[in-house]
Every structure is written in structure tokens, then in C-alpha cells.
Design a protein around this ligand. Structure first.
Ligand code: PLP
Length: 397
């Protein structure tokens, strides 16, 4: 049966991770992998998470199944975090939520629902977008097409080209949007751009599928949800795939949620029953541990405050590294403008160098990033910023 299967070419990022591990040079810098790192280069378990886990261990009385939609308490706590407590879609009972294995699970579940409602639907994704969007959405049978997004020269969103493309889409096209901290570019929509986009999405009757994997890591928990909340308040239908991997540091626990905003409570109930059936056919039900931890944190005042503070520390560290990287690069590469790095948000930016220069950085300076020059700024440390800036200057010379 399996003898004729061809091996799949390994993911480039896995090869990069292996090469980094094998590199014995003490100066090596890993800007490849997409996880947050602290100033010691570690991805720690948050204190709020540890304390919630202790509480959970003491209070949990059963490991019985939770059900395909996951824990109602978790889903409700996430609705409040994502939409904000008094959101009109919540008040109108138009939101249905499904706990899912990570943001990936939520994206896949949303894609399944789109396929059921509109077989052959096309999802329009930003150019570029997170590489995993493609297998997650096309694996559910959806077609994928890019829309213009990054203006490489300015490092900002090519908003005119983007809106012009949206303005030509047929009704019921799906548009995948990153809520904040766009991966891989760091270029986000401003509040006025979200408002402008809303008008086009409404007139063209497009379905927004919003991916929020970095709430709180850009400008703040409320600020990063601005576009999502606006769209969900103003449009009849929106899908939101939310991940708790980064902002709670719960990567391997696989915690996420899909929120569906539908036109009416009755439509929401029908769609929710389809979502339950899809979940049953894929993973039956989501893992519980990480979701319970999130639920405890969000519903306990002291733990929530502690988590918000730890999240703010991560955010401030990333913002600090962004401005410091710009400062150092300005002194080592005065001929080139890297100020876009400080204007972008979240963990990622494109450095904007060629593949040959990326490889030279790796081979001669032990600085690792993907060939397209996407770098995870959280992989930098105060102590190696100067080294990084000198290495970049040398490959650009
Ligand atoms: C843009 C984006 N969406 C979704 C995810 C999903 O993350 P997870 O499935 O680990 O929660 C990620 C993770 O890197 C991401 O960068």
C-alpha cells in the first residue's frame, strides 16, 4: 500500500532549525523559528500559566470527555477576550465558538465550514502570507489566490492595490486577513484602513476570515483586536480563527478557538451543528489542558492581571528590539533605510536582503533566517544586536 509513496521535501524551516542546532559557533543567532524568546534566548512557561496549572491539578475532578465544541467556559472566556465584554455581536447572540487544537485547528475548521457552505470557494490571502495558510485551507478543498499586500519599498501595506483588488472580487469571495502582527511581514492595517476596508468588504459582500494569532503582542490586547471587533460589529458574517499559542506561551498544548459571527441566532445554530460534525470527523474533540489553563487565567482577577503584565513585558521587549535594531543598523549601514522595522509590529519582519545575502549571513556570520529574509526579532538579544548589525553590514557591503 505505501511502497509507492514519494518522500516529501522537508519544510525549509526544519532544515534551518537543524543547521542552527549543529552550528557550534558561540555567536550564532536564531531568527528563524516562529516562537517568542526572552533575553536569555528561552521560550519560558509564563508564571501565570504555572500558577493556573497548579490550581488545575488541585481542582480537577475528572478527565471525562469535554465534547466536540470544547469547554463552554473556555469558549465564553475567549469570546470576552477577543470581542471585548460588551460587543454587539455577543449581545445579539450571533457568535458561536468552537475550541480547536491551536490556531491551525481553528483555521482548518473554518475552512471546512466554508467548503460546506460554498464548495469551490476561493480564499484570497495576502501576498505574502503565513506559509501554513496554504496547506491548511487548500487541504479543506478551497482554492487560494493572493491579493497585493506588502509594499517592499516602504515596508508598509500596499493599501491602494489591496483595496483595488478587493473591489474587483465577486460576491461571496473569502478574504483572509491578519488581525495584527502580520506574519511574515509585520505590516499591519491602521485603524482608518480597517474602516475603509470594511466599506469595500460590505459593498462587495465578501466573507472576512480573520486570523488572530498575536493578540497583545503588537500594540495591546484591545488595540490588536480593533479590526476584528469592528468587522464583527458591522458585518453579518465573519469567521475568526484565534490562537493562544503565542500570547499565553502555550504552543505545544494546542489551544485555539474558532468564532463564527452569523447573520442571526438561528443561522448560527445551524452552522454550529455543522462545525460540531466537522470537528467530530477530524479530531473528535480538542485537547483540554491548555484550554482549562487559559480559562482559569482569564476568569481569575489576579491571574489575569499577572498574565496581562507578562504579555506586556513580551510586547515591550519586541518593541524595544525593533527600535534598537533600527538604531544599530543605522550606524552600521547608513546607506540603507531600515526604519520600517520600528514601524512594523509583532515578531516578524522581512529584512529585505537577497537570498544570497541571507545565505552569506548564515555561512559567514552564523545568523539564521529563512531564505526570503523573514526574521523573528524576538530571537535577538540586547547583547548580540551590535553583532547582528555588523554582520548585516558585511553581507551588504
Ligand atoms: C499567522 C498565524 N496564524 C495561525 C497560527 C497558528 O498557531 P497555532 O496552531 O500554533 O496556535 C500561527 C502560528 O505561527 C500564525 O503565525
Amino acid at each position: 500500500m505505501f511502497e509507492n509513496l514519494e518522500p516529501v521535501v522537508a519544510d525549509a524551516i526544519l532544515g534551518l532549525m537543524a543547521a542552527f542546532r549543529a552550528d557550534a559557533d558561540a555567536r550564532k543567532v536564531d531568527l528563524g523559528v516562529g516562537v517568542y524568546r526572552d533575553d536569555r534566548g528561552e521560550t519560558p512557561v509564563l508564571d501565570a500559566v504555572r500558577r493556573a496549572e497548579e490550581l488545575l491539578l488541585r481542582s480537577q475532578t475528572t478527565k471525562a470527555y469535554v465534547g466536540p465544541a470544547g469547554s463552554p467556559g473556555f469558549n465564553q472566556a475567549m469570546e470576552q477576550l477577543v470581542f471585548g465584554a460588551s460587543h454587539p455581536a455577543l449581545a445579539a447572540k450571533r457568535v458561536r465558538s468552537m475550541q480547536a487544537p491551536g490556531g491551525c485547528g481553528a483555521l482548518r475548521l473554518g475552512a471546512e465550514l466554508i467548503r460546506l457552505a460554498a464548495p469551490g470557494a476561493v480564499v484570497h490571502v495576502s501576498n505574502p502570507t503565513w506559509v501554513n495558510h496554504v496547506p491548511l485551507l487548500s487541504g479543506a478543498g478551497l482554492k487560494i489566490q493572493p491579493y497585493p499586500y506588502l509594499d517592499v519599498a516602504s515596508g508598509a501595506v500596499q493599501f491602494e492595490a489591496m483595496t483595488a483588488a478587493f473591489g474587483k472580487l465577486p460576491p461571496r469571495s473569502v478574504v483572509l486577513l491578519h488581525a495584527s502582527c502580520h506574519n511574515p511581514t509585520g505590516a499591519d492595517l491602521s485603524q482608518s484602513q480597517w474602516r475603509e476596508l470594511l466599506a469595500i468588504v460590505r459593498t462587495r459582500e465578501l466573507l472576512p476570515f480573520i486570523d488572530m494569532a498575536y493578540q497583545g503582542l503588537g500594540e495591546g490586547v484591545e488595540e490588536d483586536a480593533f479590526g476584528l471587533r469592528l468587522f464583527c460589529a458591522q458585518l453579518p458574517e465573519v469567521l475568526c480563527a484565534v490562537s493562544c499559542s503565542k500570547n499565553f506561551g502555550l504552543y505545544r498544548e494546542r489551544v485555539g478557538v474558532l468564532h463564527l459571527v452569523s447573520a442571526s441566532p438561528a443561522a448560527g445554530n445551524a452552522a454550529a451543528s455543522q462545525l460540531v460534525r466537522s470537528a467530530r470527523s477530524m479530531w473528535s474533540m480538542p485537547p483540554d489542558h491548555g484550554g482549562s489553563v487559559v480559562q482559569i487565567i482569564l476568569t481569575d482577577q489576579a491571574l489575569r492581571a499577572q498574565w496581562l503584565e507578562e504579555l506586556a513585558q513580551m510586547r515591550r521587549r519586541i518593541q524595544g528590539l525593533r527600535s534598537e535594531a533600527v538604531r544599530q543598523l543605522a550606524s552600521t549601514c547608513p546607506q540603507r533605510d531600515f526604519t520600517f522595522i520600528a514601524r512594523q509590529r509583532g515578531m516578524f519582519s522581512y529584512l529585505g536582503i537577497t537570498t544570497a545575502q541571507v545565505r552569506a549571513l548564515r555561512e559567514h556570520h552564523h545568523v539564521y533566517m529563512t531564505d526570503d529574509s523573514r526574521m523573528n526579532l524576538a530571537g535577538l538579544r540586547r547583547e548580540n544586536l551590535a553583532y547582528f548589525a555588523q554582520a548585516v553590514a558585511q553581507v551588504l557591503a
